[in-house]
Ligand binder design. Sequence first.
Ligand code: PGA
Length: 250
Amino acid sequence: MNKIIIANWKMNPATEKEAEKLLRLTKKQLPILKDKTIVVCPPFPYLFLYKNFKSKKFLLGAQNVSTEEKGSYTGEVSPGMLSSLGASYVIIGHGECRARGENDSLINQKVLNLLKNDLIPVLCVGERDRDTEGSYLSFLEEQLKQSLNGLNKNQIKKIVIAYEPLWAIGGQAKREATKEEFTEIKIFIKKILSDMYDPNTASSVPVLFGGSVNSINARYYVSEGGADGLLVGRDSLDADKFEAIVRALD
Ligand code: PGA
């Protein structure tokens, strides 16, 4: 399976000028790799810059989308708008969006809206804490089942899942996840998908890891932990660091 490496810029950088510079440097430094799909997800206002940087090196993604396709929805952005700017992937259900009130039912509507409009949802799931009784597993199961509610076999094959434990992401991360912790979840997710669909279908869905990924641990999660790719936050804001992560998987 092609490895997928996604840069999640979150609400960065502060100005269009800096965003342009970061896109330019990212494009300059990334190698062209046939067996990897690189996706850069800037904030909405900078997506239009992509038309100046179109390149075989990376694709464009967005960080959220509306549940609606068009109409009077102040502040919302439709899938069609994202496609028209060249985006092909959209991060959905990120822990930071869930923390501000997005629930599984809303996320499910967004996933369906993206699929209807031929965009690839990158569905994020992840528990807040790990407990010794394993209730984080039932929490994850619920997140997955509700977010994927109503998707048929063909649709599920078009999505990407990113496991992002909240305790391992962003500047407030408590610690890095171990490769065993990722592997356990990947197997668990595949089992749920296998029960919901069938083993063949489950095996075709990529499961990425995200949370404090850097050039040192990237290989560890992918080669040893079995991740089908990575979702990178902080270290995607520095073209040198992002390049080092991509090269580490070579
Ligand atoms: P991080 O963020 O790499 O800065 O931990 C990852 C994410 O939240 O997607």
